[in-house]
Design a protein around this ligand. Structure first.
Ligand code: ADP
Ligand code: NI
Length: 215
C-alpha cells in the first residue's frame, strides 16, 4: 500500500469511528485539524505523512471513546499495524498521539517537529470563528449559560459564584482560549494563532457592546 492509500484508508476508518460523536470530537474537527496540520507541515518542513496520520488519529485514543487511555492507544496501534505502517513511523505517530491525549497535569512538551505541528493544528481549531462556535456548542450541550455579567471578578467571588462563572461559555475564553496563542510551538502556527486571537478579541468587544444594547 502506498502512503496515499494508507491516508485514504485511515480517513475512512476515522470517519466511521467518529461519526455520531457530538462531543466536539467529531469528524469535522479531524478534517479541519488534518488540513491545518498539512499546511503547517509544508511551511515548517515537517514530514507531511506523519503529521497527516497523527492528526487523523489524534482523537481515536480519547478517553471519552474508550474504556481507558491505554485501550484507546492500543486501538490506534492495531490500526497502524493493520495497514502496515513501518515501525519507525508507527513509533513516531504513537508518541505524538500519546502526548496529545496525556491528561495528567498538563501536556508534556512535544518532542518532535511533527508533534509540534499537530498540537498547533489542534489548538488552532479551538481559536477563531470555529473556536467561538465550538465553545458555544459545547456550553449549550452541557446546558451552561452564555454569560452572566452579575458575577463579580474572581477575587471577590463566593465559591458558588465562581462555579457559575466557571461554567459560562464566555468564561472559557479567559480560562483557556485567549491563552493558547502563547502556547503555540511553530512560527507559522503562532502566526495563524495571532490572527484568530485578534478575531476572538474583536468578537468579545462586540459581544459586550451588544449585551448592553449598544451598536
Ligand atoms: P480538544 O482536546 O480537541 O482541545 P476539548 O475536549 O478540550 O477538545 O474541547 C472541545 C471543544 O470544546 C474546544 O473547542 C474547547 O475549546 C471547547 N470547550 C472545552 N471546555 C469547554 C467549556 N468548559 N466551555 C465551553 N467550551 C469548552
Ligand atoms: Ni482535537
Amino acid at each position: 500500500m502506498t502512503n496515499v492509500e494508507k491516508i485514504k484508508q485511515t480517513e475512512t476508518y476515522v470517519h466511521n469511528e467518529l461519526s455520531g460523536e457530538a462531543s466536539g470530537h467529531d469528524w469535522w474537527h479531524i478534517y479541519r485539524v488534518t488540513k491545518l496540520a498539512k499546511t503547517i507541515a509544508s511551511v515548517e518542513g515537517a514530514d507531511v505523512f506523519i503529521c497527516e496520520m497523527a492528526a487523523l488519529l489524534h482523537d481515536i485514543a480519547d478517553e471519552k471513546l474508550n474504556e481507558s487511555e491505554e485501550a484507546g492507544l492500543k486501538k490506534v496501534e492495531s490500526w497502524l499495524q493493520r495497514i502496515e505502517v513501518e515501525d519507525a513511523s508507527m513509533k513516531h505517530i504513537m508518541e505524538i498521539i500519546a502526548s496529545m491525549s496525556f491528561k495528567g497535569g498538563g501536556q508534556p512538551p512535544m518532542k518532535t517537529l511533527e508533534g509540534q505541528v499537530v498540537q498547533d493544528a489542534d489548538r488552532l481549531d479551538a481559536l477563531g470563528s470555529i473556536g467561538i462556535a465550538r465553545t458555544f456548542a459545547f456550553g449549550g450541550a452541557k446546558g451552561n449559560i452564555m454569560y452572566d455579567p452579575s458575577i463579580k471578578p474572581r477575587e471577590s467571588m463566593s465559591k458558588e459564584d465562581y462555579q457559575k462563572r466557571d461554567n459560562t461559555a464566555i468564561n472559557h475564553f479567559y480560562e483557556k482560549l485567549l491563552k493558547l496563542k502563547d502556547l503555540m510551538n511553530t512560527p507559522y502556527g503562532k502566526q495563524l494563532a495571532e490572527g484568530r486571537h485578534q478575531y476572538m478579541e474583536q468578537f468579545l468587544d462586540q459581544f459586550y457592546r451588544e449585551w448592553e444594547g449598544e451598536r
